[in-house]
Every structure is written in structure tokens, then in C-alpha cells.
Design a protein. Sequence first.
Length: 198
Amino acid sequence: MSAARNHEADANAHVLACPTRWSDVDENGHINNARLVSYVQEGIYDLFCHHSTAVRESLFPSGFLIARHEIDYLEQLYHRPEPLLVRLTVERLGRSSAHVVVNVCRDPHTFMRARTVVVARDQASGRSRTLSPSERRFLSGFLADETAVAVPPRPGVKSPRGALVAASAGHHQPRRRLPGLSALTRGVPVGSYRHRAR
């Protein structure tokens, strides 16, 4: 496994301080890879469900779906008193999806990097739905620098396929994991899962 010291910390990232637990340690003495995935999911859950803006504006009222995980395990992680930093940025926005990059770090090391596709859930069908303007505005605040965003066509207006705009963002402060928070345990189904071990 290779060390990754450049975690690409971005001013626009949503950061969750997430402590490791002794129970996360496997027989090899390091944090189990499956537990690392749970840190990624807790970070996503925190952004979509517990961020103050998401709560205040009642965004994603029917939750969200995980459509894909793509994971690189970069370095072995050991249990330490200091918490991990789970950094999330939005790589791209589609009509119904956000492509989220998650770096699990303990500075200056990055132990795991995940690319996760999160889609808004429709309550009636239980399937994906188009992101609302408020949800797009919220997620655009976490775009890494000048990231391309797919522009949804306006009703009655034809737009070129794949039209893109650039979006910028503001600053976001680290949060701490809420006590008892478990990753994606509120009936949110998980889609395809792929990992690439190094």
C-alpha cells in the first residue's frame, strides 16, 4: 500500500471529525477495511442529513440512495486517540445525482479515497428523482474549485446536450460525528459496490 500525503484538502470541503473505535480493529491490528467504508458513509449521511443548511431548508426530505462506491485503500489505518477527518467534496452534479469524493485522513496521511454516487430519492416510487434547485444550490457549495455541473434543462427550453457551467463555493467548518450515529441505517438501500485494493 502506498502512502498519500497530499489529501487535496479543499476550502469547499465538508469535514466530519470521526473517531476510530477499538472495536473497529481486526486481527491484523489495524482498522478493518469494511469499517473504513462506514466512515465514508457517515460523512455522506452527515452532509446530506445533518448539515445545518440541509436541516433548515428541509432538503432531501425522502432521503437519498447510494448508487455506487469506488474505493482506493491507500494506507493501513491504526486506532489512535485523535479522530479521523472525513473530507467530502462534490466532483460533479447531474440531474438527480451528486458525485462525491471522500478522503479519510489523519493529517498528513490519507488512508482511503472513495468516489460515491449519491442520488436524491423520490418518496412515492422509492427511486431516484431530479434534484431540486435548492438541493443543487446546496451541493454546489461543495464543488471542488471550478468543477463542471450539468445544467438541467428548463421546462419548454431546449438546451444543448451536456451543457456545463462552472460553480464556486464557500467555506465550511469541520463537524464532529454525533453520538450513536450509524452509517445509512434509516432504510437507505445501497447499490453497486466496487473496490480496488492496492
